[in-house]
Design a protein around this ligand. Structure first.
Ligand SMILES: Nc1ncnc2c1ncn2[C@@H]1O[C@H](COP(=O)(O)OP(=O)(O)OP(=O)(O)O)[C@@H](O)[C@H]1O
Length: 302
């Protein structure tokens, strides 16, 4: 059986007395995208650096393709792409020189460099020094560098910062191509609306601790936030239906994520519906709800 690409077990990290990560565990399977979400300082970049083997956890186990990420043994066999939080290349090099340099390090062909430069819309600036690049252009180059080797593991720290909407969409298209080829992807981001439709699972963190872990469906099901349904004739049809009455409030049906399938089956079999509007809590709503609960319970502990 193939090893799980990324596996963290009870990982903790301390900087002197400060606990940056507190018993964090998760796995990322081949072909999956895991989004790391959390306020500034939650520990997202630290987790990525631990997976990379750049820093060692104070305790816990980290395996990358079945190999202990901190021991160094067998690491060279992992084809890994990484975009750091603050992309910074040598400013006197041109865009083409930067990508060619990484291509040489990773044994990637010249034609892949040329096609990525073209695909990322940097062809017109490829012979210009990076000091003349805008923030977004540098970010495009950084992302191109991260996916250059068509990695099996891709770690992206805030990849869409500075990218225009078209470039962000293009990036997610590229990530999806890699995923379908079996790449395990970890994305740390604050852009929840962008990542929502892209992730398979999200790890929501606060102050180094895991608040929630799951797919959008699982997070929604566990959330106290309601999904609502509205359709014409709702009020009339509810009045004679004891099952629907339990969900009815303010002209809408309100229910929890896990009740959705049963309720929709009931509506289809028992009601006349020509069209309906379903509103589910977005990832952003769930995130804010969890953060609100967290600060409430912290306030209570004081
Ligand atoms: N070298 C270090 N020494 C001491 N503390 C550190 C060090 N690196 C990170 N930290 C602390 O660890 C915590 C987690 O930092 P980390 O960079 O992982 O957060 P993050 O979730 O990526 O934040 P952001 O969204 O702002 O990028 C923060 O409180 C940070 O100040």
């Amino acid at each position: 059986m193939l090893d799980t690409p990324i596996k963290l077990n009870d990982v903790s990290l301390k900087y002197r007395d400060f606990t940056a990560l507190d018993n964090v565990s998760f796995e990322v399977a081949a072909g999956q995208t895991m989004a790391l979400l959390g306020h500034n300082g939650a520990g997202k970049s630290s987790l990525i650096k631990i997976i990379l083997g750049l820093i060692s956890p104070t305790s816990g186990a980290v395996k990358v393709m079945g190999v202990n990420a901190t021991s160094g043994k067998g690491k060279r066999e992992v084809n890994l792409g990484y975009l750091p939080e603050d992309v910074s290349f040598y400013n006197k090099l041109t865009g083409l020189e930067v990508l060619s340099y990484f291509a040489a390090l990773k044994g990637v062909s010249r034609s892949r460099v040329t096609s990525l430069i073209e695909e990322f819309g940097l062809e017109y600036a490829q012979d210009r020094q990076l000091k003349t690049y805008s923030k977004g252009m540098k970010q495009r180059l950084g992302v191109a560098q991260a996916i250059l080797s068509e990695p099996n593991i891709l770690l992206l720290d805030e990849p869409t910062v500075g990218l225009d909407p078209q470039a962000s969409q293009f990036l997610y298209g590229k990530i999806n191509q890699l995923k379908y080829a079996g790449c395990a992807v970890v994305i740390s981001t604050h852009e929840l609306s962008l990542v929502e439709s892209q992730l398979d699972r999200a790890l929501i963190m606060s102050k180094g601790r895991r608040l929630a872990l799951g797919s959008c469906y699982e997070l929604r099901s566990a959330s106290p936030l309601h999904t609502t349904i509205n359709f014409s004739g709702l009020t009339k049809q509810v009045s004679g239906n004891a099952y629907l009455r339990q969900f009815y409030r303010d002209g809408l049906l309100h229910f929890r994520g896990e009740q959705k399938a049963e309720l929709i089956q009931h509506l289809v079999s028992q009601c006349q519906i020509f069209d309906f509007e379903l509103k589910e809590p977005r990832l952003e709503d769930i995130y804010h709800e969890l953060m609100g609960q967290e600060s409430h319970s912290q306030a209570e502990q004081l």
